[in-house]
Design a protein around this ligand. Structure first.
Ligand code: ZN
Length: 242
């Protein structure tokens, strides 16, 4: 099965549509959460994602915050401004969809979650130590995560040693090891200083992970953000990818 793996769309419809077009034919789509927050198109992104065939979708912290499951105080001031705007505009139907999403899904030998298998909504896996600890919190071969907006592969061949971190190159085909925690990067708000939208194609039979980047019309998104009064810093960061 050829799976499109996406995460952290963050209400950026231009990036999402570019990725959906570029991905080509896939058998399924796995979305690892944060459909909304930061960007100008929360309703359009939820609608687009919810209509994808063979979709498996996980809830992220921004989705939970839009539903008021998570308190706005847990966000910094600018993120809170974007959150309040999102809460104001998100439609009842799209809230129902976001509210139906699970924190964690297991598909055959793959666990899907937003933050980490230890703390699905909250924890950031940003270092080898945290990654190594998290291998004890899932029993499948692989665990796919989002949340940090950084494309990365942590592999763990020996339970007595630390995980190994690798940062994939775009278009590189990676043969996955027996156990790995993998992040496809962010569609709508990359944070690795590469402003292009990130996603991955995962071949479940061959166990091959292909990570990709694609440019999209950032200016169009920034124009919509300005129009609705979203924070200037969030508008700026899209151009530089941080
Ligand atoms: Zn996010």
């Amino acid at each position: 099965m050829r799976v499109l793996v996406i995460s952290d769309i963050h209400a950026n419809l231009t990036a999402l549509d570019t990725v959906l077009n570029e991905a080509g034919n896939v058998d399924a789509v796995w979305c690892l959460g944060d459909l909304v927050g930061y960007g100008p198109d929360p309703n359009e992104c939820v609608e687009r994602i919810s209509q994808l065939p063979n979709l498996t979708c996980i809830i992220g912290n921004h989705d939970a915050a839009a539903l008021k499951i998570i308190d706005a105080d847990t966000f910094n001031q600018e993120a809170r401004t974007a959150l309040m705007w999102t809460r104001h505009v998100i439609s009842p139907k799209n809230k129902v969809f976001l509210g139906s999403l699970a924190e964690r899904v297991v598909w055959e030998n793959v666990t899907l979650t937003h933050g980490s298998p230890r703390q699905p909504i909250w924890e950031y896996i940003l270092d080898i130590r945290t990654a190594t600890q998290n291998f004890d919190f899932f029993t499948t071969h692989l665990c796919l995560i989002g949340h940090t907006h950084l494309p990365v592969v942590y592999s763990h061949s020996n339970s007595n040693s630390a995980a190994h971190l690798s940062i994939p190159e775009p278009n590189q085909h990676i043969s996955l090891p027996d156990r790995a925690i993998i992040n496809p990067g962010s569609v709508g708000q990359p944070r690795d200083r590469d402003p292009r939208a990130a996603y991955a194609i995962f071949d479940t039979q061959l166990m091959v992970w292909e990570y990709r980047r694609v440019p999209y019309d950032i200016f169009a998104v920034q124009t919509r953000m300005r129009k609705v009064g979203l924070p200037e810093r969030h508008i700026q960061r899209l151009s530089a990818g941080w």
